[in-house]
Design a protein around this ligand. Structure first.
Ligand code: TZP
Ligand code: MG
Length: 353
C-alpha cells in the first residue's frame, strides 16, 4: 500500500505543477500581468519545497507510468479546449483537485507537509478568483479605442448624447453627474446603462461604486479622493472595470498598488471641462506608459484632446483616448466621434503594418 501512496503523491505532484505552469503562462503571456504570474510562480515554488520534505527516492522509485491502468481511460470532451481561457480554467480545476489529493495522502506520511499543501489549495482558489476578477475587466477594457465622458445631470441630454456617441462609434461612455441627489443619480445611471448595453458599449459611472454596482454598469471611475479600486472591488457583484485618475508619477505609483483595470493620465492639455487642473503634458503620458509595462493595467489619456492633437497622444503611447468637450460640445457629436475613431483606427493600422 505504501507504494500506491507514493504513486498517488508522485502523480498529483506532477499534475499540480503542470497545472500551475498553465496558469502562470496564461498570466505572463496572455494577460502580460507580472504580479499575477509572480503569484503563480510563488505557489509552484512553495509546493516544490513542501514535497521536497518527503522521500524523493520513494516518489520516483514508485513511478510506473507504463503500468498505470488510468492512462488509457478518457472521457468525452476531456481534451477539448477552444481557447486559452479554457486551458486556464481547466488548469485551475486540475490544480485544486490535485492539491486536495496531495493534502489527504501526505497526511499519512508527514502532517506539516499536508497542512502546507492544504494552505496552498486555498491560495489556489484565491489566485483563480483574482485572475478572473482582474482579467475579465482588463480584456473588456483592451477593446476600447474611444472613451467619451458625458458630463451632465440632465437625463434628456445624457441619453440623447449617449445615442449620438454610440452612432459615432464610441466604445465606452462615462456618466459624470456631479451635485445630484442619489435617487436621481440612480435613475439616470440605470437609463444610461440600459442605453449602452443595448448597443454593446461599455458603461462607466464616475465617482460612485455603489451607483455603478446597483445599476449594473460595466465599471466605475474613481478619483484620487474616492474609494480605492481595491475597496470598490469588494462591492462588486460581477467583475467590475475599475478606473483611477492619475495626474503625476507619484499618484500613478499609488494607483498601481490598488490594481485598477486602467488609469487615466491627464489632463494632457489645458481643458475647459476641468479648468483648475494643471496640464501634465505628453511627457507624463510617455513616462506613465513605460511604468505600466507588464503590470496588466490599461491606460486612457484624457484632457483637452481634440482632432488636432489626438495623433500626438497616440504617438506618446496612449492605449485609449478619452474626450468630453471635443464631442459633447460639438455641433454634431456623432461626426465628432466618427472622426476621432477614424484617426485612432488609422494610427493602429499604421503601427501594426
Ligand atoms: N479629468 C481630467 S481632464 C478631464 C477629466 C474629467 C476632462 C476632460 O475633458 P475634455 O473636455 O475632453 O478636456
Ligand atoms: Mg471623481
Amino acid at each position: 500500500m505504501e507504494r500506491a501512496l507514493y504513486r498517488i503523491i508522485d502523480a498529483n505532484f506532477n499534475r499540480s505543477r503542470e497545472a500551475i505552469r498553465i496558469i502562470e503562462e496564461f498570466c505572463r503571456f496572455a494577460l502580460n500581468n507580472g504580479p499575477l504570474a509572480a503569484r503563480a510562480k510563488q505557489l509552484r515554488h512553495e509546493l516544490c519545497s513542501a514535497i521536497d520534505k518527503l522521500d524523493a527516492s520513494h516518489l520516483i522509485g514508485s513511478r510506473d507510468t507504463l503500468g498505470d491502468v488510468g492512462i488509457e481511460t478518457t472521457v468525452d470532451k476531456q481534451f477539448i479546449r477552444n481557447n486559452l481561457k479554457d486551458c486556464f480554467k481547466a488548469g485551475c480545476k486540475r490544480l485544486t483537485e490535485a492539491l486536495r489529493t496531495l493534502a489527504e495522502t501526505t497526511q499519512t506520511l508527514n502532517r506539516p507537509v499536508a497542512e502546507t499543501i492544504e494552505k496552498l489549495r486555498y491560495d489556489a482558489y484565491t489566485l483563480e478568483k483574482d485572475i478572473v476578477l482582474i482579467s475579465e475587466p482588463a480584456e473588456k477594457f483592451k477593446r476600447i479605442g474611444l472613451y467619451v465622458i458625458i458630463s451632465s445631470n440632465l437625463p434628456a441630454d445624457v441619453i440623447s448624447l449617449a445615442h449620438k456617441c454610440i452612432a459615432g462609434g464610441a466604445n465606452c461612455l462615462q456618466l459624470r453627474a456631479k451635485n445630484i441627489n442619489d435617487d436621481t443619480h440612480f435613475a439616470l445611471a440605470e437609463e444610461f446603462v440600459k442605453t449602452c448595453k443595448a448597443a454593446n458599449v461599455i458603461s462607466i459611472i464616475n465617482d460612485r461604486v455603489d451607483v455603478a454596482v446597483a445599476c449594473g454598469a460595466d465599471g466605475v471611475h474613481l478619483g484620487q479622493n474616492d474609494l480605492s479600486a481595491e475597496q470598490a472591488r469588494k462591492l462588486q457583484m460581477t467583475p467590475l472595470i475599475t478606473g483611477k485618475s492619475t495626474h503625476s508619477l507619484e499618484q500613478l505609483q499609488g494607483a498601481c498598488q490598488e490594481y485598477p483595470t486602467y488609469v487615466s493620465l491627464g489632463p494632457v492639455f489645458p481643458t475647459v471641462t476641468k479648468p483648475s487642473a494643471e496640464p501634465v503634458g505628453l511627457d507624463y503620458v510617455r513616462q506613465a506608459i513605460e511604468k505600466l509595462t507588464d503590470t496588466g493595467i490599461g491606460n486612457v489619456a484624457i484632457g483637452g484632446i481634440t482632432l488636432d492633437n489626438i495623433e500626438d497622444v497616440l504617438n506618446a503611447g496612449a492605449g485609449a483616448i478619452a474626450v468630453c468637450s471635443a464631442v459633447t460640445e460639438a455641433k454634431d457629436p456623432t461626426t465628432a466621434c466618427r472622426k476621432l475613431k477614424e484617426k485612432i483606427a488609422a494610427f493602429h493600422k499604421k503601427t501594426t503594418l
